[in-house]
Each structure stands twice: as structure tokens, then as C-alpha cells.
Write a new protein. Structure first.
Length: 432
């Protein structure tokens, strides 16, 4: 048994861990509960199973790559980091990229990850061609939007509950440079930043950082970023650089209301002076990856990233209510990131849909749990939902009231006689 956790370091659970070196080594009994896990970058307990957690990181080979059409087939355990080192010099990039490259492609499918371009180009699931899934110890299924499509869409965003994804075929994005032309706009309040998403809805990449502690006339002041791939000619170089490694857990008192308020002040005003500049892709897409083990900053007890989505209509009121609750609680969020989504895909448990999403980080403590329960009520009042890839504490009652098609998932699992795959999260939320 090994005590493991998600990226938030909460909860930590003793699990029987297996790390197969090939697909043929993935074995389990007929009635055995298992879940797959890549690099452990989902934040909570969605990739944890006490009985058996199968880590897929050694299934990391490229099976085929059409460099002309930009179509690639890979094993599910390959990481975005490993893949980008091959793709970028050849003029290709991931069609959708989350905020870290230290994730497996299987995890990207299971979480149906989104990036800064969802408002135009959707989530990762929208770019998939086909999947290969081990649904039992003796049966493997191939599926696509045209073949076993119900299983295909149940797997996209399905949090690993339909089986162990072993192969993924998808379309890439053509680029001529890994440089990004970035423009920064400092906004004075929440209404202003949300209007910028509408104003720049045709920009490829948009995202905003929000000061969750600002009050009065500057309530919701933000830094809005938009970016486009630089148009260039010649060979594309890719030399990722890492600045800092956090070797130990910080004392929990370091991140507090006052230290975060001070950070927010300097971050907000420092961005007033660099409105337009060219940045490398890693700085734009993966800024926190330059700090290895940054999750240790929150201390040994860990942290919770609370990410929710509310429909576009009424989103200003909903996000205002959430931020007011956070501000008054003084449970400060070090990272608060706002994005705009377009209409989502057919994934039964997929998170993105038309509206705004806000992600916030909080240290694990009793005040945080009480605060997040209050935020759940606001989110549900506005017909919203919480991202399962970030969740570690949502109640089954709250989950049942959110816009997820758990009944549809159960029907598909019954249809294909899939019964082995249970995570600690799926049991906590009574998904299965």
C-alpha cells in the first residue's frame, strides 16, 4: 500500500498501486474495484482507489504520426511534456492545452480538459478521432463519434469510470512559431473584465486573473490576457526552462489573507506596464510549471481548487455573489482565474458548457470547507456546476443537483457490462 493524493495533496489515501510497463500487464479480477491514474494532476480523489490504482505513465509511446495532416495516435500514458518536445519542432501543437503540461493524454481525455481557447475551439474531446479502452480484464473496445459513439462520449470527461484508456487518436494544431503575441489589459472591476471576453471573443486565447480580495469601486479588478500564435518562418526551437523547485512544504501561515492581499496588489499594478509583448509558449500556457512542486506552497494539509461554471445568462450576478462571499470570508485565493466557454460537447460528465468559469485555490481547513459549501449553494442557485477534475469535497446531494448526466453514464456502463471502475470520488458522489 502507498499513501498517495491528487495535486492538491488532499485527501491522502492508502492505495494498492500497480505500474504496468505494457498494456498486456494491465490485469484485474472480475469484481475488483480499480481506477487508472496518470501523473496525478487531477486535484482531488478522482484518480484514487484503495483497492487498486493503476498508474499508466509507462504506456508512453507514439503509435503513429501523420506529420502532413497533423493526426497522431499515442498511448494514454504519454505526457503533454513528452509530446510537445516532439511536436513543436515539427510545427504542431496540442489543439487544447490545460494549465500544466505535466499531465497524461489519458487524463486529458478523462477530464475533457479545456484551455484558454474554449470559446473558439472547444475542449480536448472536440478534437478526438478515436479511443481504445480496456473495459474488462479480457475485453478491449474501439470507439469514435461514429462507432460505439455512446461509449466514446461517456469516456470523454468520464473521469476514468468507463475503463482504462490505452490509445488516443486526435487532431493537432498547426503553428509556425511557439512564440505568443500577448496583450494585457488591466481592468478596474468585474463588469469591465467580463465585457472584455465579449469584446475579444474572436481572439484565439483569452483568460483573466481576478483579485478576489478587492472591495468597493475596485471589486473584481482583474488582469485580462489575450494571445495569438506569432506568424513566423523557419525552424521552431523549443527549449523549456525551469526556474525554481519547491523542495519542502511551506508552513501553512505563509499564505494568509495579508500575504495574498499584498501579492495581489503588486501583481495587479505590475501588469500596467507591460501591455504588449512577445512571450514564449510555456510562459503563456504553463506559467506555474516553471516552479516545480508549486503545490507545496500551500502546506502539508494541502489545498482545494474550486472551479465552477455558471451559464452565460446571469453569470455576472453569480460570479459577483461568489466573490462577495469569498471577500467577506477572508479565505483568500492565491490564484483566481476566469475564462469564457462556448457550448459544450456530448460528454455526459464533461464540465465545459456555454458560460463563465472561475477557478480559485484555498488552503485546506475547516473555514474553507464551510465557505465552499456556501459557494456550492450559490453555484446551484444559478444552475451551475463544479469541475470534477478539481473536486475533493463536493457532497453527493449537491452533485445530484448539478448538470451532469450520471444516469446516462450508468446506462452505458450497464449496456457494455462495465463494472470494475470506481474512484474514491465516484463513491463519495454516488456516481455509480
Amino acid at each position: 500500500m502507498l499513501k498517495i493524493s491528487g495535486w492538491g495533496n488532499y485527501p491522502k489515501i492508502n492505495c494498492k498501486v500497480e505500474i504496468p510497463s505494457s498494456e498486456n500487464e494491465i490485469k484485474f479480477n472480475e469484481n475488483e474495484k480499480i481506477i487508472s491514474r496518470g501523473l496525478g494532476r487531477s486535484y482531488g480523489d478522482s484518480s484514487l482507489q484503495t483497492n487498486k490504482t493503476i498508474i499508466t505513465k509507462n504506456l508512453n509511446q507514439i503509435i503513429s504520426f501523420d506529420e502532413e495532416l497533423g493526426v497522431i495516435c499515442v498511448q494514454s500514458g504519454i505526457s503533454s511534456d513528452e509530446l510537445l518536445k516532439i511536436l513543436i519542432p515539427k510545427g504542431w501543437f496540442l489543439p487544447v492545452s490545460p494549465g500544466t503540461k505535466f499531465v497524461t493524454l489519458g487524463g486529458m481525455v478523462a477530464s475533457d480538459v479545456h484551455g484558454k481557447n474554449h470559446h473558439l475551439e472547444g475542449s480536448f474531446g472536440d478534437h478526438l478521432i478515436s479511443l481504445k479502452i480496456k473495459i474488462s480484464n479480457s475485453e478491449v473496445m474501439y470507439c469514435s463519434d461514429d462507432f460505439n459513439s455512446d461509449l466514446f462520449w461517456a469516456t470523454i470527461g468520464g473521469m476514468g469510470l468507463t475503463g482504462i484508456i490505452t490509445e488516443i487518436k486526435f487532431k493537432l494544431k498547426k503553428i509556425s512559431s511557439y512564440k505568443i503575441n500577448q496583450e494585457v489589459t488591466v481592468t478596474q472591476n468585474l463588469e469591465e473584465v467580463m465585457s472584455l471576453f465579449e469584446k475579444y471573443k474572436n481572439s484565439t486565447y483569452t483568460v483573466a486573473w481576478i483579485d478576489c480580495l478587492s472591495k468597493g469601486s475596485s471589486f473584481g479588478r482583474s488582469v485580462f490576457f489575450k494571445g495569438e500564435h506569432k506568424l513566423s518562418q523557419g525552424k521552431i526551437s523549443y527549449n523549456p526552462k525551469y526556474i525554481l523547485r519547491i523542495p519542502f512544504f511551506f508552513p501553512s501561515w505563509i499564505l494568509n489573507y495579508f500575504s495574498i492581499k499584498l501579492f495581489n496588489y503588486f501583481y495587479f499594478y505590475s501588469n500596467k506596464f507591460f501591455t504588449k509583448k512577445e512571450v514564449d509558449g510555456d510562459s503563456f500556457f504553463y506559467p506555474l510549471d516553471k516552479i516545480s512542486h508549486w503545490n507545496k506552497i500551500y502546506g502539508k494539509n494541502g489545498f482545494i481548487q474550486y472551479q465552477f461554471l455558471v451559464p452565460k445568462k446571469g453569470s455576472l450576478e453569480a460570479i459577483r455573489e461568489v466573490l462577495e462571499k469569498v471577500t467577506h470570508s477572508k479565505e483568500a485565493s492565491f490564484l483566481s482565474v476566469l475564462k469564457l466557454f462556448k457550448k459544450g460537447n456530448k460528454g455526459l460528465l464533461s464540465f465545459p458548457d456555454e458560460g463563465f468559469t472561475l477557478a480559485m485555490d484555498f488552503q485546506v481547513n475547516e473555514k474553507t470547507f464551510r465557505l465552499l459549501s456556501e459557494l456550492d449553494k450559490i453555484v446551484m442557485k444559478h444552475s451551475g456546476k463544479v469541475y470534477l477534475a478539481k473536486d475533493s469535497r463536493l457532497s453527493k446531494d449537491s452533485f445530484s443537483l448539478m448538470n451532469y448526466d450520471a444516469d446516462g453514464l450508468r446506462n452505458i456502463l450497464n449496456k457494455y457490462n462495465i463494472k470494475n471502475f470506481h474512484s474514491e470520488q465516484s463513491e463519495r458522489l454516488n456516481i455509480l
